[in-house]
Design a protein around this ligand. Structure first.
Ligand SMILES: NC(=O)NC(NC(N)=O)C(=O)[O-]
Length: 426
């Protein structure tokens, strides 16, 4: 499938997410999955900047009678439990307000876990049928900080007071620029629950205001984009994880993501479980009987790969490859390649499905262990110049939960898009 990516040259290039490195498999399940994926917008490949596991928070909501707004940012897909009721009504896995009997509409303010450029949104109404919010709009702004808000006294825990709403609205959230104008929402029946909105915020966003008109329920809000960090605050001699999602790292292509997307590998902290990592399907081209070389590395014809753009070009000094939770399905071996690309070169690589590029070995092939944090120091790495992109290659297939690339940011001419200093205006 293709993904539109806005390079710093201001040109849109189609990013591809299928393998250039192997023949297509005759696998009908995969074909089916690709057909479904083809109907999905390409921006779904970016990071979810509002996810609670990346630090996203709801800092204010006008009403949370039936279900709290923080559910909007849960990582896991929404659930429905027919028999679950609370003292306030039907238990719902999302944000659900009361049927409004006073003037106005409901809204909440979300602080992104990772400030950045937003490329698309999914307002997911899963299971809200008969009580979904009929219309939505989304505003965005870039603010250093918003004061924290305490829940309303009258809330019985669940609603802000009129005075609180007025106080928060006075912070000008009413006039924040609109990212999505008032738009109708589909109710949350299986195939129709995703309400996608393509946007192109050209500047950094820190906060969103989600408005529902006049009231109702929304299961999840996914905010797809690329983090933008202010690199001027990082001392030149400090090692940082250059590929971390929070530092602006982004996955730009991969060969297979049957059980888990490679972007999971650059998430915060250690993986919660196997679903919070990159996991491919078992390759069908593996020999019937496996043989290993002298280092114990299996000799297999095929491999899987994932390409990342770093949040900032830099010199990589140490690497962590974590197979946490992958016990019976860790890859036999991995290697890492790297290169320095201008945005124009990146766009070309994308067009050729990463079949081109000036890849150089950064980490030679390494035998991997199950459920283990592998650390590679400078002595294990091939010395390179500053790099902007890396390719993790696993053989023959399997799962990796985290990839950390520790290094020092370096300024290079013709640098990729997300190394620019954070802009404070929308
Ligand atoms: N059965 C319902 O879902 N009723 C109400 N919602 C909840 N959650 O109880 C409603 O109509 O808004």
């Amino acid at each position: 499938m293709g993904l539109l990516f806005q390079g710093s040259a201001g040109r849109a290039a189609a990013l591809t997410f299928c393998s250039p490195l192997r023949k297509p498999r005759k696998n009908s399940r995969m074909a089916e999955r690709r057909a479904t994926a083809a109907a999905e917008p390409d921006f779904l490949q970016f990071n979810d900047l509002a996810c609670e596991t990346e630090g996203g928070k709801v800092i204010f909501a006008t009403d949370e009678w039936f279900a709290p707004a923080k559910n909007l940012l849960k990582r896991e897909p929404p659930q429905f439990i027919p028999s679950a009721f609370t003292e306030f009504g039907k238990w719902m896995d999302g944000w659900e307000t009361r049927r409004k009997r006073i003037p106005g509409h409901d809204w909440c303010i979300i602080q992104l876990g990772v400030p950045g450029l937003i490329h698309g949104l999914d307002v997911d109404t899963s299971f809200f049928t008969g009580n979904h919010s009929p219309y939505v709009s989304i505003q965005a702004t870039c603010l250093d900080e918003l004061p924290s808000f305490t829940p309303g006294e009258d809330r019985t825990g669940m609603a802000a007071t009129a005075a609180q709403i007025a106080a928060v609205a006075k912070l000008s959230s009413e006039v924040w620029p609109e990212l999505v104008g008032v738009a109708p929402l589909q109710p949350g029946y299986a195939e129709r629950c995703h309400n996608y909105f393509r946007v192109s915020s050209r500047s950094r966003v820190t906060h969103l205001r989600l408005n529902m008109y006049p009231d109702g329920g929304i299961a999840r809000l996914r905010v797809f984009g690329v983090g933008q960090r202010d690199w001027s605050s990082i001392p030149a001699n400090q090692d940082v994880d250059l590929v971390a999602l929070t530092n602006g790292g982004v996955c730009l292509g991969y060969s297979d993501a049957h059980f888990g997307h490679p972007r999971n590998m650059i998430g915060r902290g250690r993986a919660a479980n196997m679903a919070d990592g990159w996991e491919t399907a078992r390759r069908l081209d593996r020999p019937k009987t496996l043989k290993a070389d002298q280092q114990g590395i299996l000799q297999v014809p095929g491999w899987e790969w994932a390409v990342f753009r770093l949040g900032h070009p830099g010199l990589i000094g140490s690497i962590e490859v974590d197979t946490n939770h992958f016990k019976g399905n860790f890859p036999d071996s991995c290697r890492i390649e790297a290169c320095l690309l201008t945005p124009e070169e990146e766009a070309r690589c994308v067009q050729t499905r990463w079949n081109s590029g000036k890849w150089e070995v950064l980490l030679p092939p390494q035998k991997l262990r199950p459920h283990h944090r592998h650390h590679y120091s400078k002595a294990d790495l091939t010395p390179t110049r500053p790099v902007s992109h890396v390719r993790l290659i696993i053989a023959p297939d399997g799962g990796v939960s985290r990839l950390r690339l520790w290094g020092r940011p370096r300024l290079v001419t013709g640098a990729p898009a997300n190394q620019s200093r954070a802009s404070s205006k929308l």
